[in-house]
Design a protein around this ligand. Sequence first.
Ligand code: NAP
Length: 316
Amino acid sequence: MSNTGNEKHVKVLILGSGPAGLSAALYAARAELAPVVLTGMQLGGQAALTHVIENYPGFPEGVGGAQLGELFQKQAEHFGATVEFDLANAVDFSQRPYKVTTDSGEYTADSVIITTGASPNMLKIPKEVELTGRGVSYCATCDGWFFKDKKVVIVGGGDSALEEGLFITRYASSVTIIHRRDELRAGAILQKRAMDHPKINFIWNTIVTEAVGTEKLEALKLKNVVTNEESTFETDGLFVFIGHTPNSQMFKGKLEMSELGYIKVNEKMETSVPGVFAAGEIADPTFRQVVTSAGMGAAAAIQATRYLEEAESVHT
Ligand code: NAP
């Protein structure tokens, strides 16, 4: 990394510190490219908010999400990556070196690997925003403890809803999973565990239309989508797990994206701008697993290395 005033120049700048970003950092570091990782808001990405990850190979007993992130970071740093607690907020890919403006200054980079991931979707119902942190939450690992011996509702029917619901049973007196259909999207193992759990019950074909409460969440207004019947359900907590939206706002108009805002990449993790790569959930609406994100990150770094080698050979 070289410094000119408040501007730092790097060969490989990685935006995001989830499994994709830190795996890219490991591979770029081992290629002696001294990559710099800008952590973004969440060191370790969404995976760090997961209590236990049971499907990352090499950990037969499971591994804590935050712990896995720390191990990824340590391994990347061991080979020469630098991890900066900084947030990118603007990019200029119109000419090389590319410019990235952050909270603390400006970077120029010969190549950029984008691994900014995705953020949880909100229900977009009245009082949801006001009551966030006052009973409404999007992270069981972060907030589960506050619901000791309390009644909790989970919205969603995917793996996240069931996995986090099972986690909250450690604290809550009861967990009610409200799903808009009568069939879950989650995998069979999680379905069986949730169905068999004595603290978990389900409300089917139902949506939450409003959060109720002033100082804190007190109840939810529900609507059965088959019968249109409306009801009120008293609860202390509402955890929302209804999918994610890619964190790609910053790249609008600068990189090709899908309608849903995922950055388009080819099989080499190349975006529409040469030397700019994307990996992990920002570019993957399909798999979104720690292991697939890590694999994409490694592939992006290998391709960035090739790109830099080719660019260098053209200039010499
Ligand atoms: P997801 O699979 O997209 O599931 C989202 C759930 O929310 C669906 O059941 C969906 O209902 C429901 N939903 C969406 N919008 C809604 C709305 N406005 N109101 C009410 N319900 C709504 O998301 P995810 O569970 O976060 O999982 C994301 C990815 O990560 C998946 O690929 C998943 O396999 C993976 N993941 C894996 C694990 C694991 O393997 N242990 C753990 C967590 C996540 P419908 O079913 O009706 O569409």
